[in-house]
Design a protein around this ligand. Sequence first.
Ligand code: SF4
Length: 280
Amino acid sequence: MPPTQAQQTVLPIRSVLNMKESLWRTAWTKAIFLSFCWASYFISVLIGALIYYLILPRITYIEWIHYTILALFLSFYFVLGAGLFLISLTAITGIDLLYPHNKKSITVKLLFPIAVTLSQLFGVNRDKLRASFVKVNNAMTLAQRKRIRGDRILILLPHCLQIDVCNRKITNDIQNCQKCGNCPVGQLVELGEKYGLNLQVVNGGTLARRRVASFNPSGIVAVACERDLTLGIQDVFPIPVYGVINDRPNGPCFNTCVDMSIVEDAIKFFKENRETNVAA
Ligand code: SF4
């Protein structure tokens, strides 16, 4: 049964808190993630140089080993630095400079954990760094618009958007929602109907991965918290993802909500892509 009106007193308070919570998120920029990545890169270069310096006396007499190790060090840091440079430039300018290799991003995979540790040493909240990562990812998704075929779009939603007092089984099938208007799920179902999209509600990373594997989307609009989005975006790479961070005025994973206009803008982006790329 959908909840009654009497059970919904939390909603007006929620929307006020929601606005407050989204303020820092709007102000938070891509710069923080990129800065920590560059700092991580230079730290890893220093560590590499130190290792090279320490092993140098042992290898300097055997020339071919010396030059092979040096070439490996230089190639590794060149590829890492070039990758980060192209990611930074693409995210900042919106011009697609990325090489479409269809493999996991080694740069992000290697530098992201160092950047998280470093940001904590500087007292930067982990979620804020993740939010900045999502912004960088979204900027890269937008920049790659010419390469994205937006014909199979999947909308992934977290289960915590459903209000706790509702017992409709929406993870099995979102069409079980009665669109009573007491939580954001109803509005999202209407958005899906308006644009003819596949909407899936998931209660964790495992189900999300399963739904992605079975639908095989060419683009994903994912609503989730900073942590799940960060993991999910890296998991499904190279599928382009537009991440929308949910608002949690009642605490984590409980009666969350989302800014519908951001979700709709992301859907429009993929839909417009479908029309342009099919026409081209
Ligand atoms: S909109 Fe759907 S999911 Fe939300 S309370 Fe109503 S029936 Fe339940």
